[in-house]
Design a protein around this ligand. Sequence first.
Ligand code: HEC
Ligand code: HEC
Length: 350
Amino acid sequence: MRYLLSSVAAILLATTAYAADPVPADLRASALEIFKPLPSTTPSVSHNPITPEKIALGKALFFDPRMSASGVFSCNSCHNLGTGGDDNLETSIGHGWQKGPRNAPTVFNAVFNIAQFWDGRADDLAAQAKGPVQAGVEMANTPAQVVATLNSMPEYVGWFKAAFPADKDPVSFDNFAKAIEAFEATLTTPAPFDAFLNGDDNAMTPAQLQGLALFIDKGCSSCHSGINVGGNGYFPFGLIEKPGADVLPEKDKGRFAVTATADDSYVFRAAPLRNVAETAPYFHSGKVWDLKQAVGIMAASQLGEKVNEQDTDLIVAFLTSLTGRVPEVTYPILPAETDATPRPSGVIVK
Ligand code: HEC
Ligand code: HEC
């Protein structure tokens, strides 16, 4: 019934010229029921009060390749803040040039996701940050080695003391993760879509507004909603029609690995769509490079619909209104190593 009503609305909307000024009030009103603009200040994180000292430390850690066993990979290697917060690879390359199993999502706005990773297996950014450091295919390090590396550099020890003044033992793996989380909370990217939601009638182009109306009317927003236009719920990839193994490889069953519930086979977090125009290739498999094609796959697999060329272009136009302004990040000068700093290990040279 909802879909019936919404297709009637779609026809009405399709005959309304969005090029006309002013922007229809009802489009903004319906959008505000589904989405939320980014906050204008750094979001707070309940278990981790954010301070300038923590942010500065977290930034250094995010860019420091010595947090990996080989000394080659930093968080920024795979979440390059200059290229959309990801690595533009099908699936990431990590320790010993191993190819990981999944595409790297962007770190921009990740603080707003309900949980982290394609399958939501980490509750928050601090829990998440402990993963890549230890993952064999990513940074292949151990918590003890990270702490030893940090303790070997007096400047880092000073920065941890400043960031965690109440802690008896400030240099810890937990605090390493909390500092990175604080830095990541600053990585929000206000976009034309936010300006539109906040009342600016000129923020989005007529095509972007028509695309927004289609995105709502076709039902994309039943899964991609909230502040990140996704990132807030779990759904089967292939709800109506399972995509081929070329896009949805059979081995990766998504949330099934987290919950061990049969219903969760091939269930993934609805991808957050902010900056999606900058984060190709798409899907957890990274198999699709073209955003139009990704939209077509979604329409078929999640809605059982074929979207025509013109509507696809309009939806893609809407998606480009989610490309936001990246905060200015100055590359940090990192503490110098000392004789006590563990040497790089596990560097495979063939
Ligand atoms: C070798 C590449 C690589 C490195 C290094 C790496 N990541 Fe990732 N990151 C990934 C991949 C791949 C995923 C998705 C994995 C999954 O969902 O199973 C991911 C997921 C994430 C996510 C979740 C985003 C979301 O939308 O769910 C965050 C946040 C993140 N990484 C932050 C970090 C931080 C912080 C570091 C450094 C401590 C780091 N990453 C190091 C490749 C990497
Ligand atoms: C039933 C829920 C659902 C609906 C409806 C839905 N999606 Fe998705 N969407 C998802 C899930 C889940 C993923 C993650 C798929 C994966 O595991 O790779 C996703 C991924 C995407 C991606 C890839 C993003 C990336 O970073 O790789 C795009 C783009 C996208 N959706 C757009 C749309 C559009 C446009 C529509 C409407 C035509 C739509 N979606 C409808 C659930 C849905």
